[in-house]
Design a protein around this ligand. Sequence first.
Ligand code: TYM
Length: 334
Amino acid sequence: MSKKKLVFSGVQPTGNLHLGNYLGALKNFVSLQKEMDCIYCVVDLHAITVFQKPNDLRENVFETLASFIATGLNPDRSIIFNQSAVSGHAELAWILNCTSRIGWLNRMTQFKDKAGSDKEKASVGLYIYPNLMAADILLYKATHVPVGADQKQHLELSRDIAQKFNSDFNCKDFFPLPEPLISKNVARVMSLRDGKKKMSKSEESDYSRINLKDSADDIDKKIKKAKSDSEPIPDNLKNLEKKPEALNLINIYSEISKISLDKVLNEMSGKDYSFLKKNLTELLVKEITPVGKEIKKLLNDKSHLEQILKKGKEKANIIAEENLKNIREKVGLI
Ligand code: TYM
């Protein structure tokens, strides 16, 4: 087996990226590109598992790409492209649909959440979405996958699929078993309105999240309105266990300031949450608003963004076609 480390990850183009995507995924993408070969994908085929207006989808692919670049991904260093441009994703997904088991998919909690109470009306694509995700990763034989904690179960399924394929076709180690890279503190950035729910694009209230394109004023208002706690900041984590909103704000502060949680509590214990919020707002404005400005600037030059996608697609396709040739051979396809 090739010992070469290769990173793959993807983000859905379904609208505004937020602080959860930024801390849980994008920031890791950027730091990994300094150490390993990386492939980052705007996963448009995943997005259409829920109906998207075609014009919105096109716009959102550009916006997601612009967010990648504005955060610091470098197209000369990493391969950056949109999923549908490399047809190998769809082809391998079909092959893996035949490897993956219905029982495995039935356990996926994200399908249950997204399909809601009327599962009969969900698209078949939404149900088999985790197989496409496995195909994304295995198409490149990626070894490491930076994601937020919400994708952990899908990653485990990808490993099961890889293992079953290797065993079915008697090709031990053909697909590496991809390892999730999940950052500890911000594995799950929570909603600013309800600390038991993750921060998400689909939550109705815009006050539940900080978007990468938010202005300083938006950030200020949202943090001011964020739920916290009426008691002062405690001096230890244990006292925050039943206060998920307060813990979430402290986690975000700790992650962006790069000050450990214990140290933050040490420094802030006894103070009101308004003190934390003021400091957090300053940090967020400094970190997020330049990214938002850069996204808007990049979106003014679509031909530059198209060039990035074209170059990325060409590079991705070379690896994908080479691997697919071997995969077809293993399966017995002529
Ligand atoms: P998506 O588009 O929902 O989210 C993109 C990335 O952001 C992370 N994330 C979060 N992290 C921390 N806190 C949050 N509140 C939060 N919300 C989102 C996600 O975990 C993800 O890393 N299925 C994937 C996309 C995908 C993919 C792949 C990922 C498709 N193929 C192959 C890795 C490898 C998704 O829907 O992510």
